[in-house]
Structures are given as structure tokens and as C-alpha cells.
Design a binder for this molecule. Structure first.
Ligand code: ATP
Ligand code: MG
Length: 328
């Protein structure tokens, strides 16, 4: 792991909280965490924009069945805005996913983002000397030029698992990373890789990238090996909380909605599902706290938050003007 800590930071898109959900390994719950945290922010009255930077099916916009019209070869798309050749208004790329949550959906052309930026770089480098094109700053420019920080309270980027141009563009734009790790050796092993790639990039660009924390995901505590890995995530990586492996995630895929409306609308919430939304709220309270905007105490009174359990131990819920809510 890099010896350089990643300090939590307010994005340079000052007015908004922004972060990238990332782990170099595939299938670590990046996209479901993006979807459900976005809904958690929306529940707190925040307006959220998700940028889906994963060209593959199964990404966060696929959960909502939001996609481009593949038959329309001329349709505008994010990649065109990134190279400053938009074919329409940026606002027309934004779709509503559920109340308070908007998405710029994935597009297959994101697969070619590297080559598209290579071409742009080649053209720009023929221009005026000293006027160098910086490929990783273009997403940030697009967001700023289109008033996203003024329009939204929260921006979440969901790149694919490769450390590619989309990932670095997301890091540059959001300046914070949240790291989900499934309770498997692969999930844990990839955490250091996130620190390395993010801190090397921060050094190279002379920017600060914040670590919002690690979250254990897909935990099946009936399996001894997974339990051990979950404990390693908690003890060695300061994982904020853990999410159990639950079949309800498959149900939300079919229902095309996040866990928030889904669980709230269930006739009967099972015991195993009861702590899921409180966990998202507690995770949210930690994220807000890390960027210096803890939730007001009134919110913690209004909703149910997770304060730990017998297995994980006590977990604090940071709130504004008070140190923390004591574990029950
Ligand atoms: N806690 C969970 N319990 C059960 N299934 C889960 C859980 N978290 C995620 N899943 C399922 O695991 C699969 C992978 O999750 P997800 O797509 O969020 O991972 P990802 O890290 O975004 O993957 P990729 O690397 O492909 O982008 C999905 O089908 C999702 O529904
Ligand atoms: Mg994904």
C-alpha cells in the first residue's frame, strides 16, 4: 500500500459532495452501493446525480433499465461532451431514476474512451505549445461548465473495475473514493490497489483525493472464511459497516428500484432485511462527516440508524454539533 494517506476532502466542485465508488476487482457491489447510497442521500432531501461510467451491462443505469437508443447512431452521449464535441445539451443526457436521483446512463462508447482521448490528445498537441490537453480533467470540465455543482448536492461516479481513463476521470472530478470490498480474499486484496492508484494519481496531478472509507459487502456470515474476511475488513481496514448477502438485491434488479422504496414498500420486512436501510444511513453519516458536513441531529432523530450489533460491535453515528450518538 502507498504510505501516503488519502485525506477526506471536499471536492473542488466546492458546493457538492462528490465521490467515486471503486474497487479494482469486479463484482464488489460498486453499482448497488452507488444506487442505494444515492437513494439514501435522496431520503435526506439531497439531490443526487449518478454518472455511470461503466460501458458494460449490469452497471447502475441498467438497474433502472436506462439506456441509450442503440439504433440511433447519432445520439448525443457523454464521450462527445468529454472531447468537447457535444451533439446536444448535457441536460438531455440526464434521466430521472427515482425521486431525488438522476443518472447519466452508461453508453457502449465508454469502452473506447481511451482511444477517443488519445485522438483528442493528438489533435490538441498539434496546437499552441504549453496549451496541453489533460485527458483526465475533461469530465470535471463538463460537469462544471454545465452547472452540475449548482444543480445537485451530491455526485456519485460508478466506473467499471478497470483502472482506466473513466476511473481516473471520475477521481479527478470527484476527489473522493469509497471502497466496497466483498468478504473474499480478492475483495480485500484489491483495497490496497485503490490506495496505490488513487494516491499515485493524486501525486501526479498535485491534487488531494480523499478516502471516505471501506465497506464490507456480500457477507455470508454462515461461512467461516467469509466471517474471517469480514473481521479483517473491520479490524485492519476500518470498514464502516457490513452488508449481508441477501436475495433482496436480486428482487430490486427485477423491480428496477433501489433498496429504499423496495424495502419501504414490502408488506413484511424479514429480520435479515431490517438493518439494511439503517446501515445505509449510518454509512451516509460517516461519509458526510468525513467531508466536514455531518448530518444534523434532527435527521438522526427522524430516521432509524444502525449503531452496530453483537457481531460487528458498536458503531457511531456522527452528527453535527454533537460528537456522536451513543451506541444503543
Ligand atoms: N449484499 C448483496 N447481497 C446479494 N447480492 C448482492 C449484494 N451486493 C451486490 N449483489 C449482487 O452482486 C452482483 C454484483 O454487484 P454490483 O453489480 O453492484 O458489483 P460491481 O462491483 O458494480 O460489479 P462490476 O465490477 O461488474 O461493475 C449484482 O448482481 C448484485 O445484485
Ligand atoms: Mg458495476
Amino acid at each position: 500500500m502507498s504510505d501516503k494517506p488519502l485525506f477526506p476532502c471536499r471536492s473542488v466542485i466546492h458546493t457538492m459532495l462528490s465521490y467515486t465508488v471503486y474497487n479494482r476487482a469486479g463484482g464488489q457491489s460498486k453499482s448497488v452501493l452507488t444506487r442505494d447510497l444515492a437513494a439514501a442521500h435522496a431520503e435526506q432531501g439531497q439531490k443526487v446525480l449518478i454518472i455511470d461510467l461503466d460501458a458494460q451491462k449490469g452497471s447502475v443505469s441498467s438497474f433502472y433499465d436506462l439506456d441509450y437508443d442503440k439504433n440511433d447512431g447519432n445520439s448525443d452521449r457523454l464521450t462527445l461532451h468529454i472531447i468537447d464535441r457535444p451533439a446536444g445539451e448535457f441536460s438531455d443526457l440526464i434521466h430521472n431514476a427515482e425521486p431525488g436521483v438522476d443518472i447519466v446512463p452508461r453508453h457502449e462508447e465508454l469502452n473506447d474512451l481511451g482511444e477517443i482521448l488519445d485522438d483528442k490528445e493528438a489533435i490538441e498537441s498539434r496546437g499552441i505549445e504549453g496549451n496541453e490537453f489533460d485527458r483526465y480533467t475533461e469530465l470535471f470540465r463538463v460537469l462544471k461548465e454545465n452547472g452540475i455543482p449548482e444543480e445537485y448536492d451530491v455526485l456519485i461516479c460508478d466506473p467499471n473495475a478497470k483502472a482506466d481513463d473513466a476511473y481516473y476521470s471520475a477521481l479527478y472530478a470527484t476527489r473522493n473514493v469509497l471502497i466496497p470490498a466483498a468478504t473474499t480474499p480478492k475483495g480485500v486484496a484489491s483495497i490496497d490497489d485503490v490506495f496505490d492508484t488513487a494516491s499515485n494519481f493524486a501525486d501526479a496531478k498535485n491534487i488531494n483525493i480523499g478516502n471516505l472509507g471501506v465497506v464490507a459487502t456480500q457477507a455470508n456470515l454462515q461461512k467461516g472464511t467469509q466471517k474471517e474476511v469480514a473481521e479483517e475488513l473491520r479490524d485492519d481496514h476500518d470498514a464502516i459497516c457490513y452488508f449481508k448477502e441477501l436475495s433482496i438485491y436480486d428482487d430490486t434488479d427485477y423491480a428496477q428500484e433501489s433498496l429504499f422504496p423496495h424495502i419501504k414498500n414490502l408488506d413484511r420486512v424479514r429480520k435479515s432485511q431490517a438493518d439494511v436501510l439503517p446501515k445505509y444511513r449510518t454509512l451516509l453519516s460517516h461519509i458526510q462527516n468525513k467531508v466536514g458536513s455531518p448530518l444534523p441531529a434532527s435527521k438522526v432523530d427522524e430516521y432509524e440508524f444502525w449503531t452496530g450489533d453483537d457481531y460487528w460491535g458498536d458503531v457511531s453515528v456522527p452528527v453535527a454539533n454533537e460528537n456522536e450518538v451513543e451506541a444503543k
